[in-house]
Structures are given as structure tokens and as C-alpha cells.
Design a protein around this ligand. Structure first.
Ligand code: ADP
Length: 421
């Protein structure tokens, strides 16, 4: 029986959470989508990865409830709804609607929500989310192609998506430790608050918060809260948590994120003189078989080392493309093309693949027909290597790293390959 059941709203977010759970001592299995049958492997926690961040709220709710039903059938005692550490959501949701639907299904009177992830410079103070030294709304996220975040006040952002009253659980309480948090939760609950945005500035805050969350039916959070949860459960042995099969095969990177960090990582890779090809959404829309062009270019180069295929672009270029094609169509065209390229690269012998971008990773993992991932060593906070069973890759499987757009150091696309044994 599993203990902690997790629902992630995108695939990079799911590996980010699984990575933190492994580091907190959990034996973790990550499933792509809701599995058909019972879990075959021993695990303390299961992360069900959905691609529900930007779909219609009703669909996101339905998929999340299906994941909840499966996780409860596997014995999950507590549910963790994982969203992005930059609180990526549209005006309609889906963080609010999914949180409330899960609370309704669980009969939960109260839940917390916090994207705090200090290891990745995401901190929450007085209900406001900071990315590094700046507010979320000045962090570059205001220009995100699908989920522009223009307000750093998460109480306000969450309230706009929720029927329940949203409040704040302030830093002064978190700093005093678990008993103070428990008392504040009770006070908030009696005051009619259903969901509270929790302040946290450091890992110590999250470790102090952890025990206060024991027994709360639903936690809504980025991956950070996971680091304090191990102490609430009796966990199995995690000796095998980090061991992946040895890496082999050819290496490639696919980048479909336009976030600041990915822009820097693409620039770093190109500046090293390594082979890189950019794809233009307007040519895809014009009917050019861009995937075939990329695969023909890649085939003779792969033997020499890693190469990069990217749609990553600066905000002004993204806006121009979206103006011509529409936001959704531009995103879907690029995702579908990068997914075909991912499958084609694996067909050419790639067995170590880095994918940058949450939606992009979702599209690639679906095209690769990956069903389950084992979590391996961390490359950077929030980004581990994983090993996937994947029909296209044959019996050896595939080493995959799914990188959230804004995670990782500038040299991530070359450094990643030095981490695998
Ligand atoms: P992140 O993790 O940075 O949020 P995602 O992959 O989740 O990255 O989202 C990026 C979205 O932008 C995807 O839907 C992708 O297809 C789209 N996209 C990528 N490149 C371009 C581009 N050049 N123009 C317009 N949209 C793009």
C-alpha cells in the first residue's frame, strides 16, 4: 500500500516532486497518466503525472479526480496536488478548481497551498511569491506564452480561481514551528478560511512546516513542501532510489520552453559551438515538414556528441508568432513537431534525452509512449535523470531528463550528460 499519493499538473513538475520525495526518503514511482491497473512495484509514494495545467478547468478536474480515485485505491492516506513553483495558471485555473474539487472529494475542510521552493529561489512572504530577488510578476513569467503571471499576490490569484475563502498563513507563525502552525490552521478554519497560502523562505521553514501537515487530507504545493513530509510516514528502505541502469546510446536535447533560464541554456549550448538547430513555428504552420528536416540534419551529427533542437525564442519573437498563429495554435504546432522529433531521435539511436519545458515534455513523453519513470540522480534542484521504459527505445529503455523551463544552470544542456554514469 502506498502512503502518499501525488497528482502533478505537468510532467516536469512530476519528476521535480518525485526528485524531492526521493531525497526526503520516500521510495517513489512516477506514472505517466492514470495507470490502468494496480501498481506492480513497492513504493511509499506515487506521482501521477497529468498534462492538465493549461487544459479546460473541467477537464483538469475530471483527470485529477480520476487520479485521486486510483491513488486512494492504492491506499494513499494523504494527497499532494503538485503545481509549478511559479504558480503557473490561467485566469480560469487550474490550480484553484482542481484544489477545490480534490477537497470536495476528500471531504477536506481546509488545505494549504504554497509554491515555496527555496532550493530554486522560490520564496513566499506575506502571500507574495518571489523568484530570486524579484516578484513573480517581474520575473519574466509575465511573458510566459501560455500562463503569463502578472500578479505576485497569491492570495488574490488563488481567490480569483476559488469558491472557498482564501487566506494567508504568515511567516511569523511558520517561524514558530509546527504547534504554532497547527493552532493557526484551526484559527483560520474557524474564521471561515478554506485554503491558506503559506509563507516560507527557507528549507528550514519547510522542515518546520512538515509535521504540522500530518493528517491533512490534501496539500497543494510546488515540490518544496515534500522535503518536510518524510517524518510523517513510516517509510521503506530507499537504498535503490538513486540507482539507474548505466547510460548508453546517443545524446540529444530538445527545448520548447521560452523561459528565461532556457533561453540562457540554449545560448550557452550554441556559444560552445555544438550543433544546434532552431525551428520556426511559422514554417510549421505553412506546411513545411520541419520534423523531417531536423531529423535529416541530426542523423549524421549524432555520433559526435549531443545536439540541440529548439523552438526557444525571446518574448518579442514569441509574441509575433502568437499574433500570427494564435497562442494555442502556436503552442500546439510546436509541441507536436518537437514530439515527432523526439520520437525520430530515439529512432536514430538517442538513449539519453533532455527535454526543456513542461508542456513540451508532456508532448514528448506521450509521443515516446513512456508509461513509468524511475527517478535517478539530481542534475540541478528540481531536475533529476530518470529511466523510462519506452517501446520505441527497446529493452534498454531510455534515460530522460524533463526540465521545467526556468530550472537549471546556464550550462545545463552539457552538464546533464556528465551526471549519468
Ligand atoms: P515552460 O516549462 O518554460 O513553461 P512549456 O513547454 O511548458 O515551457 O511551454 C512553452 C510553450 O510555448 C509550449 O506550448 C511551446 O509549444 C510554446 N512555444 C515554444 N516555442 C515557441 C515559439 N517560438 N513561439 C510560440 N510558442 C512557442
Amino acid at each position: 500500500m502506498i502512503q502518499l499519493g501525488c497528482i502533478a499538473d505537468d510532467f516536469t513538475g512530476a519528476t521535480d516532486l518525485a526528485n524531492n520525495l526521493v531525497r526526503a526518503g520516500f521510495r517513489v514511482v512516477q506514472c505517466i497518466g492514470v495507470p490502468d491497473g494496480p501498481l506492480a512495484t513497492d513504493a511509499d509514494a506515487v506521482v501521477v503525472a497529468l498534462k492538465s495545467r493549461t487544459i479546460a478547468p473541467a477537464d483538469a478536474v475530471a483527470q485529477s479526480l480520476a487520479a485521486l480515485a486510483w491513488l486512494r485505491a492504492q491506499g494513499a492516506q494523504q494527497i499532494y496536488f503538485k503545481y509549478c513553483s511559479t504558480f503557473d495558471s490561467t485566469a480560469q485555473g487550474n490550480i484553484g478548481p482542481v484544489t477545490e474539487a480534490l477537497m470536495d472529494a476528500l471531504g477536506a475542510a481546509f488545505s494549504i497551498t504554497t509554491p515555496a521552493f527555496p532550493d530554486n529561489q522560490r520564496t513566499v512572504f506575506k502571500g507574495h511569491l518571489f523568484v530570486g530577488d524579484v516578484l513573480l510578476s517581474e520575473s519574466g513569467m509575465q511573458n510566459h506564452p501560455l500562463t503569463p503571471m502578472t500578479d505576485a499576490n497569491l492570495v488574490r490569484v488563488m481567490q480569483a480561481q476559488c469558491r472557498r475563502k482564501v487566506g494567508s498563513l504568515p511567516y511569523a507563525v511558520v517561524a514558530r514551528g509546527a504547534d504554532a502552525v497547527r493552532a493557526e490552521v484551526e484559527r483560520l478554519r474557524q474564521g471561515g478560511i478554506g485554503i491558506a497560502v503559506v509563507d516560507a523562505l527557507s528549507n528550514e521553514d519547510l522542515l518546520r512546516l512538515g509535521p504540522a501537515l500530518k493528517g491533512m487530507p490534501l496539500l497543494g504545493a510546488g515540490s518544496g513542501v515534500a522535503i518536510g513530509l518524510g517524518q510523517n510516514f513510516v517509510l521503506g528502505h530507499s537504498a535503490v532510489a538513486n540507482a539507474l541502469p548505466p547510460a548508453q546510446g546517443l545524446r540529444a536535447v530538445i527545448a520548447g520552453s521560452c523561459s528565461l533560464a532556457t533561453n540562457r541554456q540554449v545560448a550557452d549550448f550554441v556559444a560552445r559551438g555544438l550543433p544546434a538547430m532552431s525551428i520556426d513555428p511559422l514554417r510549421i504552420a505553412a506546411g513545411v515538414d520541419v520534423a523531417a528536416e531536423v531529423l535529416a540534419w541530426a542523423a549524421p551529427l549524432l555520433q559526435a556528441g549531443p545536439l540541440l533542437v529548439y523552438s526557444t525564442a525571446e518574448p518579442s519573437a514569441v509574441k509575433a508568432t502568437q499574433g500570427a498563429l494564435g497562442v494555442e495554435r502556436a503552442g500546439l504546432l510546436v509541441e507536436a513537431t518537437l514530439a515527432r522529433i523526439a520520437a525520430g531521435l530515439v529512432g536514430l539511436g538517442v538513449r539519453q534525452l533532455v527535454v526543456a519545458g513542461g508542456e513540451t515534455s508532456g508532448a514528448c513523453v506521450q509521443a515516446l509512449e513512456v508509461r513509468q519513470l524511475k527517478i535517478g540522480p539530481q542534475i540541478d534542484p528540481g531536475v533529476p535523470w530518470c529511466h523510462a521504459t519506452c517501446a520505441l527505445a527497446g529493452s534498454d529503455g531510455l534515460h530522460l531528463s524533463l526540465k521545467s523551463g526556468n530550472f537549471g544552470t546556464d550550462d545545463f544542456f552539457t552538464k546533464a550528460f556528465t551526471v549519468l554514469p
